[in-house]
Design a protein around this ligand. Sequence first.
Ligand SMILES: [Zn+2]
Length: 90
Amino acid sequence: MKPQQQQINVSEQDTTPTVCPCGCDLFDVAYRHRVLPGLSLKNPSGHDMPIKVEVFICRECGCEMGKDGLKEKLKREAAYISKGSTIGGK
Ligand SMILES: [Zn+2]
């Protein structure tokens, strides 16, 4: 059960910005799709249940908010480069 979201009255000036490690503060909403297995004790239905998880993606570097953005991306790119380093084969 999700706790009910409380309605509070704030203006933008009351808040602090969430900024991606790359410096960008604009995010797009994206969804990560997961499945709650039917065997899970938290699943009363007994069937696999699709779960939609809302995440925010930095518009500048494409990293997910709160995921150490740029570092993750650099890691991904490093992995990609090392994978692609076997160029010259058949
Ligand atoms: Zn970013």
